[in-house]
Ligand binder design. Structure first.
Ligand code: ATP
Ligand code: MG
Length: 301
């Protein structure tokens, strides 16, 4: 089946005959950033409408709101074509999905933690002990690999209180700042998995849907490449122009615009935020003035 009829352009939104379905967490730590990503890619969803399935008004995408636990399976089975979910859930559910892209937000880790005053002697400490977790599959695999025989107590929430109430000796749970551990008198002793939000996809996605996905990824990439960049404009004495250009690592070469005062010109370029202060310092030393710095929304390469 053809996605576009002959002579139709892929960029014409009205010509999409297929709809890509994305599963997103309905509420929780992933949902806000996932929706932000769609918004930044100019994919518009009806605000406030939180029915299970919502169609975008200007892109062939529909959003299926689910609990994050259900996202890997929905994508594997094809109820959704793609999904945004934590790597921790993807590993735990062990569903056969494609990892389309790593999204860089919702960073956290899965760690083993024990009461803060316990005398930790290495992984052997867990031998014969009881560990509470919502991630039994990942934990079982890890313990097996290291030859540790521990009992696993599966609990779906408030894992961190288990040692305090005598339900377990240690826990295996999500850690980000570590604040929850500290307030429960626990200490992180082993990091087992580092996690971030992933865009996952069904392995048997139809070609037409894959092309919509590529359009969406192209938009994400434009947003991402702009994220740590600034648009910088400055006035500079013309005689210093060559030296200034040497200092600037712009996208290609900087734009130079003449000014009414013939001794001066205006230079526009894009700077990486990481090297920003170092470069601005050099520019000032070379006589640049009136430096304006602006955020960039998107960069299309
Ligand atoms: P649901 O009701 O959808 O099952 P949940 O309670 O299982 O939600 P959340 O607490 O909303 O899950 O977390 C969703 C995901 O966000 C986690 O699986 C993890 O990948 C990530 N995450 C969890 N805690 C943090 C944190 N403190 N910082 C950043 N990311 C986190
Ligand atoms: Mg969940």
């Amino acid at each position: 089946m053809h996605y576009f009829s002959e002579n139709e352009s892929q960029t014409n939104e009205n010509n999409y005959h297929y709809m890509l379905r994305i599963a997103i967490q309905s509420k929780g730590r992933l949902s806000e950033d996932a929706l932000k990503l769609l918004a930044e890619a100019d994919i518009k969803l009806e605000a406030g409408k939180r029915t299970l399935l919502v169609q975008a008004s200007n892109f062939p995408l529909e959003v299926l709101y689910l609990r994050d636990d259900d996202i890997p399976q929905s994508v594997a089975k094809g109820f959704a074509d793609i999904g945004i979910v934590g790597e921790n859930e993807v590993c735990e559910r062990n569903e056969d999905v494609e990892i389309v892209s790593r999204l860089g937000f919702s960073k956290c880790r899965l760690s083993l933690a024990i009461p803060k005053n316990a005398n930790y002697t290495g992984l052997k400490w867990f031998d014969g002990r009881k560990i509470a977790t919502s991630y039994p599959n990942i934990l079982t695999g890890f313990l097996k690999k290291h030859g540790i025989h521990a009992k696993i107590h599966v609990i779906t929430g408030s894992v961190e209180i288990s040692p305090g109430i005598g339900l377990a000796d240690g826990i295996f749970d999500i850690v980000s700042s570590g604040g929850t551990l500290v307030s429960n008198n626990l200490r992180e002793v082993e990091v087992i998995l580092k996690s971030e939000a992933l865009l996952i996809g069904n392995r048997n996605m139809e070609e037409a849907k894959r092309r919509i996905l590529e359009d969406m990824l192209f938009r994400f990439e434009a947003v991402r490449s702009a994220q740590d960049k600034k648009y910088v404009m400055m006035n500079a004495p013309k005689e210093k122009l060559h030296k200034i250009i040497e200092v600037l690592p712009g996208i290609k070469s900087p734009t130079v615009i003449p000014l009414a005062d013939e001794q001066w010109c205006s230079i526009h370029t894009v700077l990486d935020e990481k090297r920003f202060w170092e470069i601005i310092g050099k520019l000032k030393d070379l006589g640049a003035q009136g430096i304006l710095v602006m955020p960039i929304e998107k960069i299309i390469q």
